[in-house]
Ligand binder design. Structure first.
Ligand code: HGY
Ligand code: MN
Ligand code: MN
Length: 415
């Protein structure tokens, strides 16, 4: 008979609400981007909540907040859980945050149930999960999985600042961050609770999702360079209009969506951006997402062909710069089944599903078996101030996360 575990919706909401106060003052929604002042302040806040719950907490060289709840047999491979608390611009209060506050609540409710784990439980708030101005996502989980390299630290933002200099300025230690990698075998399993960021659970009236796979992501910066001209005296046939060259790429990306993948043009800038000057340059930020690398390869080739054709037609130059692919990742079968059983033990139905969002778990998969647990998102909204997850739903997810960790611990020990 499973141990009755009771998470507190009130405690979960109190943590989420308090953390949401740490945001950039002039930005929309709840904006706490990687390396921003509010992000740097959040390191101390998360570490303090971990310590208050009984974890030994510290901030590492990559600005991950790492809490450890010591197990009875600390020499065994540890269990790891957690997520991120950095946000997109104009984001919500739950993306990533739900998984961090739930992980801390797991430690509280296990202690309240008089239980201890055999294995150390490592709770992580990963730094910089969201894509940033340096063109690199999952900075903290990349570091903890031994995948943060010098070439990443040399990446520059649009102002020319290097990532290592920005990380150091925020209190990190970039050189040490490249040496944070956990050894394969040192983590028995990593389980991340996250909001679904989509409409399925709510539409089907279900409480918890169990993730099969995490989407692969290609990101591309397209620069189209034409020629500035007078907007009143230059006939269309003589123009080399960079923005008009960009237009077919935008609609092409939209039309590439099918049952296997989809793309988004999420950013556009125009130079010089004056109404009476024919655009000399246009820059697009594009993402392609699919669970299938073949779809990404084909769509990437299609976009490059479209850009070549559009550039030739308008006499402009086109340069496409692709970021490092985040490959699609499958969750570990045993971890996924442990999550599904934990959901059933809570009297709920585990809804198996793919993740169209990227996650730190995809990075940690390089050094540990991973699994993910989803809680519902109201109206499927995320990456928007309207993002909402009912604390009751989050409490059920937290209890399932606790039961999953107990099962993966290989038998819990009464404290
Ligand atoms: O972009 C994503 O899918 C995630 O929210 N970072
Ligand atoms: Mn996100
Ligand atoms: Mn997220």
């Amino acid at each position: 008979m499973p141990v009755p575990l009771q998470a507190s919706p009130a405690r979960l909401w109190t943590d989420i609400d308090a953390l949401s106060a740490l945001r950039e003052p002039v930005a929309p929604g709840w904006t706490r981007p990687f390396l921003s002042p509010s992000f740097v302040r959040s390191r101390g806040w998360v570490a303090e909540r971990m310590r208050a719950a009984g974890l030994e907490a510290s901030v590492d060289a990559a600005l991950n907040v790492i809490g450890v709840w010591p197990g009875m047999s600390p020499r065994r491979p540890a269990l790891m859980t957690g997520s991120h608390t950095d946000t997109v611009e104009g984001g919500g209060r739950f993306d990533g945050v739900a998984g961090v506050v739930a992980a801390i609540e797991v430690v509280r409710l296990l202690q309240e149930a008089g239980l201890a784990l055999e294995r150390d439980l490592v709770v992580v708030d990963f730094a910089g999960e969201e894509p940033n101005a340096f063109g690199l996502s999952c900075v903290g989980s990349r570091a903890l999985s031994g995948q943060l390299e010098e070439r990443h630290l040399a990446l520059r933002d649009p102002e020319g600042t290097r990532l290592d200099d920005a990380l150091a300025a925020a209190g990190g230690d970039p050189a040490a961050a490249t040496r944070l990698g956990w050894q394969p075998g040192s983590i028995a399993a990593f389980v991340e609770l996250h909001i679904e960021q989509g409409p399925i659970l709510e539409a089907e009236g279900l409480d918890l999702g169990v993730v099969d796979s995490i989407v692969g992501i290609d990101r591309c910066a397209v620069e189209l360079r034409g020629r500035p001209d007078h907007a009143g005296t230059t006939p269309t046939r003589l123009r080399r209009d960079a923005l008009c060259a960009a237009a077919p790429l935008i609609t092409w990306v939209e039309s590439a969506a099918d049952a296997h993948g989809l793309g988004t043009v999420g950013a556009i800038t125009v130079e010089p951006g004056s109404l009476n000057v024919v655009p000399a340059a246009a820059r697009l930020g594009i993402e392609l997402r699919s669970a299938e690398e073949g779809w990404l390869d084909r769509t990437r080739a299609g976009l490059e062909a479209c850009a070549r054709e559009a550039a030739e037609r308008r006499g402009v130059d086109a340069v496409l710069s692709w970021q490092e692919r985040e490959p699609p990742v499958h969750c570990d079968d045993d971890v996924r089944e442990a999550i599904a059983q934990a959901v059933r033990d809570g009297g709920l139905t585990p809804r198996r599903m793919a993740s169209g969002a990227g996650h730190d778990a995809a990075m940690i998969a390089a050094v540990a078996p991973i699994g993910m647990l989803f809680v519902p998102s109201a109206e499927g909204r995320s990456h928007a101030p309207q993002e909402w997850t009912d604390p009751e739903h989050l409490a059920r997810g937290t209890e399932a996360l606790a039961r999953t960790l107990l099962a993966l611990d290989g038998g819990s020990t009464a404290a």
